[in-house]
Write a protein that binds this ligand. Structure first.
Ligand code: WT7
Length: 704
């Protein structure tokens, strides 16, 4: 245990108060069937074998031409992997499985309405659909290798079909998360220079048929305003032949995909053999204040990396039924619903709707009915399932061998529920730390070979060598109890190639901070700055504390939001917690906690006191919250991250900023009314923030 106030000069140092958790060992049954059980694998991927170790991942793919250079570092930090190699990503995910597995389910699509039948798409059917859509893109839209096309699609099977069709042609796809607004979509259309938008009329979410096409008009208008004309809008129909949107089809611009496809029946499009370094897709990270960042991912390096990590970390075998309950509009879905699992020829489940619709048993019913044996989701979903149906898994006869958590730090309390209740104590839990920019996992445990530790993602994954630096670039030693900035010392095949159209910003954000010598072509001089705070235990496991800008500085003590939240979750009634800073005349900044409770729990003063007591006990009096607010729900992004900047805006009587990309924008006014009302009733006199203070509050937390 340490506090940072002895060295206030070090911005990166965050007080770390975590208790060390006990290890959990993988079940023998899991080890008995795992893909990686030979500890020799660690030696094969150690630094002495870098970068050639990644041949093992690349060899999981079928190449049209083998590469001559594993890693070209001549123009840092624009790394090039498997140079000279040629391949097609669609061929690798579809065609090559036909010979042995044409009748096997590639995708199982589960519509949200339970009465609607599940759709199984075999590899043969996927091949057919992808070819026909590729023909449409090429012939009706004139798309060619290197062009960009934007999708604004929800969780329907047409999304992976469209992705693979682009990959077949070497066209760069850019999927914008379906829940985003038309404006957000239009900005991304403009940034990527897409002339074609692929969308749908509607989809089911929480029992409603959402009118989605209406957003396309707004997107096209926004893109036009930014100087990017959109020639065609391709509209899939949720129910073929029936149009579910109230927005009119625009003559000459909008086309129903099912009608166009009739012209391409049984079309076959040869996969285009692409250079390994050709871009495969863009994935935007937001951006509500700055220009969005289009993370550009490569074909060969990316596909090799997601195939390798899917095999060893997800432990995917071809005969598994794998379900990643996340959105394909997020990098998690690109890598670990579509490209990784399909490259390995397994069965990947795609679920349309909300995990708790119509009730908290839905997820477990799907797992039981389909025989899912690998399950993958985010802490926010796990917390929600725990909140709404803490005993629900007991009612279903499913058996998981493997469970993943991804997207934010998971509180040990929640981890234990995931392992003991959701996983029935039978499954390994794999916590995977990474980012949109990274293509695939960076920190995790190799499930049969490394013990689990709740709340820690684990050490660096195979061939990835992380390090923690302080602000001056000194290494923060493992076991020192000190936190700092986690960086990756080396390039890896899944790393994004650049920010689309913004190479300087790419270098600036991710490499400038710790680059030892901008002239050097040695990768050792170019550590990758991830922007997360972390602490490394003596055993080498990393605990991610959250974004480095998600830190609350109370009287010189830098407190990580996640540990405040984790302490709050030790209170039995609490389901979710968010910590935000409030401007405080005495302490500079003080902490305010927002908590939501498990169903049936009364919002009493006792709960508020228990949260304060837990924070004092786990962290110390310095972290004592100024207020604990019990709220119904938190404002969240569609990928489930709590928007702390919005809550911080409310707590400080400041602007909450853009809330158009929230999953539940209506909650903002509700919380504002409730919390600001109570503050005023308690005699708080809001004052106008200075410009610096307002900027700080607005910048708090990273949007997803
Ligand atoms: C940020 C990235 C991970 C793919 C989804 C895209 C946080 C992510 C973990 C984890 C602790 C995590 C980090 C990271 N994060 N996974 N297992 N443990 N923190 O996510 O929107 O690009 O966000 O999510 O802060 O930087 P993203």
């Amino acid at each position: 245990m340490t506090t940072a106030h002895e060295s206030p000069a070090s911005e990166a140092q965050i007080s770390v108060h975590w208790r060390e958790e006990d290890y959990y060992q993988p079940p023998a049954k899991f080890i008995g069937q795992a893909n990686a059980t030979d500890p020799g694998i660690f030696r094969r991927f150690d630094e002495g074998h870098f970068p050639d170790c990644f041949k093992e991942y690349a060899d999981l793919l079928s190449w049209d031409a083998y590469w001559h250079t594993t890693l070209d570092t001549s123009n840092p930090p624009f790394w090039r992997w498997f140079v000279g190699g040629r391949l097609n990503a669609c061929y690798n995910c579809v065609d090559r499985h036909l010979a042995a597995d044409r009748d096997k389910a590639a995708l199982i699509w589960v519509p949200e309405p339970e009465a609607e039948p599940t759709r199984t798409i075999t590899y043969q059917e996927l091949y057919r659909q992808v070819n026909e859509f590729a023909a449409l893109l090429r012939e009706d839209c004139g798309l060619r290798t290197g062009d960009r096309v934007t999708f604004h699609l929800p969780m329907v099977p047409e999304l992976p079909v469209a992705m693979l069709a682009c990959a077949r042609l070497g066209v760069i796809h850019s999927e914008v998360f379906g829940g985003f607004s038309g404006t957000a979509c239009g900005e991304r259309i403009a940034d990527s220079g897409s002339r074609i938008l692929v969308t749908t009329d509607g989809y089911y979410r929480n029992g409603q048929l959402v009118d989605h096409k209406a957003k396309a008009d707004e997107a096209v208008r926004t893109a036009n305003g930014l100087g990017q004309p959109v020639d065609k809008v391709l509209v899939w129909r949720r129910h073929a032949g029936q149009y579910a949107s109230r927005a009119a089809m625009v003559d000459g611009r909008d086309f129903f995909v099912d009608e166009l496809l009739a012209e391409h029946h049984r079309a076959v499009v040869e996969p285009v053999s692409m250079p390994a370094e050709a871009p495969l897709f863009l994935m935007y990270t937001s951006g509500t204040t700055a220009r969005p960042k289009g993370c550009q991912h490569s074909t060969g390096g990316y596909l090799a990396y997601v195939a390798g990590t899917s095999k060893y970390y997800q432990d995917i075998h071809p005969d598994d039924t794998y379900w990643c309950c996340a959105d394909i509009g997020w990098i998690t879905g690109h890598s670990y619903i579509v490209y990784g699992p399909l490259a390995l020829g397994t069965t990947s489940v795609v679920y349309e709707g909300a995990p708790t619709y119509p009730d908290a048993g839905r997820v477990w019913r799907i797992a039981e009915r389909l025989g899912v044996n690998i399950f993958h989701t985010a802490p926010t979903t796990i917390r929600m399932l725990r909140k709404l149906g803490p005993h629900e898994p007991d009612n279903y006869d499913y058996h998981l061998k493997h469970m993943t958590t991804v997207g934010e730090p998971i509180e040990p309390e929640v981890w234990r529920w995931y392992h003991d209740v959701a996983g029935k104590g039978e499954a390994v839990v794999v916590d995977t730390w990474w980012q949109t920019e990274n293509g695939g996992f960076l920190g995790s445990t190799l499930p049969a070979l490394q013990a689990m530790k709740p709340g820690s993602c684990g050490p660096g994954v195979l061939g990835v060598y992380p390090v923690i630096y302080d602000e001056d670039g000194n290494t923060v030693e493992a076991g020192s109890g000190k936190a700092g900035n986690i960086c990756i010392r080396n390039p890896w095949p899944g790393i994004f190639q650049t920010i689309w159209g913004q190479p300087d910003r790419f270098e600036q954000i991710y490499y400038a901070k710790y680059c030892r010598n901008p002239k050097s072509t040695d990768w050792r001089d170019w550590p990758y700055f991830a922007g997360d705070g972390a602490v490394q235990a003596a055993d080498g496991y990393f605990r991610i504390l959250g974004r480095v800008d998600d830190v609350i500085n109370v009287a010189g003590h830098r407190l990580g939001t996640k540990e405040l939240e984790s302490a709050s979750l030790t209170v039995d009634q609490v389901a979710e917690a968010a910590a935000v800073p409030v401007i405080d005349e005495i302490r500079g900044r003080a902490v305010e906690m927002y908590v939501s409770l498990k169903p049936g729990m009364a919002p009493t003063a006792d709960v508020e006191h228990a949260v304060t007591a837990a924070i004092e006990r786990e962290i110390g009096k310095i972290a004592r919250p100024k207020n604990v607010w019990i709220v119904e729900d938190m404002p969240k992004t569609r990928s489930g991250k709590i928007m702390r900047r919005v809550i911080a805006g409310i707590s400080n009587f400041a602007d909450v900023g853009d809330v158009s990309t929230l999953a539940n924008p209506e909650i903002v006014e509700e919380i504002r009314h409730h919390i600001q009302g109570e503050k005023l009733a308690h005699g708080e006199v809001p004052r106008q923030l200075t410009r610096e203070e307002a900027d700080e509050i607005r910048a708090f937390g990273r949007d997803a």
